[in-house]
Design a protein around this ligand. Structure first.
Ligand code: ATP
Ligand code: MG
Length: 239
């Protein structure tokens, strides 16, 4: 069975891509799946610091030094997942699509059920469309974030990449848009709503994913629901 590859993305930064990628990967593993989480953010990588882990080889070595992806994989035992970490590299903008494609195709041979790719904000980094089974467009529920991310959504559609909206940091602020309003404004269905949760900030401080700190929090339960939706999507796309 081919790997189901999920691109976690957004146009504006700081919306929660890395937090969602980490917790989603662990939730998929908790459902019995073999999962690789890869940090492809060469602008502002966070997985290494969020999980307090380091690796001898990184995404940089795979792309630039042609290190085989399997040699950059490390195990993250608490989450029962494998990881490939990134490091900031200034030449990221100069990489070619072919470099990303070649490395991606090698990665697909590793036999994971799911590959979750955390990505840099924006779309300036070369995107090898055919590598992705689906993209998640992560947005906060505020007008500006929604409208910016809607542009990314349209770009995915043009590039023939399947994509789904995920709302993050959904809270009680009076200025935020409701799920219904967003769906009406964009004409797109929202795949998941992840609540704002103070435990997430604490989890970053503790360097332990929120999903592993409390599986019964609303945050963890919404991440698990997202994982189950993606599992369903992967089965539907297999057919
Ligand atoms: N559901 C949530 N509830 C509360 N805080 C959250 C939630 N999701 C993310 N955060 C907080 O938002 C901040 C940004 O999160 P994160 O680093 O995942 O964003 P990002 O989109 O990956 O950012 P960048 O664009 O820089 O890569 C972090 O401080 C994180 O703790
Ligand atoms: Mg990030």
């Amino acid at each position: 069975m081919p790997s189901f590859v999920i691109r976690v993305s957004s146009l504006p930064g700081g919306v929660g891509k890395s937090v969602i990628a980490i917790n989603l990967a662990i939730a998929l593993a908790s459902l019995g799946k073999r999962v690789l989480l890869i940090d492809t953010d060469a602008v502002s990588p966070s997985i290494s610091s969020y999980l307090n882990v380091t690796a001898k080889k990184t995404y940089y070595d795979i792309l630039v030094n042609k290190v085989p992806p399997k040699d950059a994989v490390i195990r993250y035992k608490p989450g029962n997942i494998d990881l490939i970490l990134s490091e900031p590299f200034p030449i990221a903008y100069k990489l070619s699509k072919t470099q990303v494609e070649t490395a991606g195709k090698e990665g697909l041979k590793l036999g994971y059920d799911f590959i979750v790719a955390d990505t840099p904000k924006g779309i300036f980094f070369p995107v090898a469309a055919e590598l992705y089974s689906t993209a998640l467009v992560v947005s906060t529920p505020f007008y500006n974030s929604i409208m910016n991310n809607f542009e990314l959504h349209k770009w995915y559609r043009k590039s023939k990449i399947r994509c789904n909206f995920v709302l993050n940091k959904f809270g009680r602020s009076a200025n935020q848009m409701s799920k219904k309003d967003i769906e009406a404004k964009t004409g797109e269905k929202i795949l998941a709503v992840i609540p704002e949760d103070l435990g997430v900030e604490l989890s970053i401080f503790k360097k332990k994913p929120a999903f592993l700190i409390n599986r019964n929090s609303k945050f963890s339960m919404s991440i698990l629901r997202l994982a189950k939706s993606l599992l369903k999507l992967s089965k539907a796309q297999e057919k």
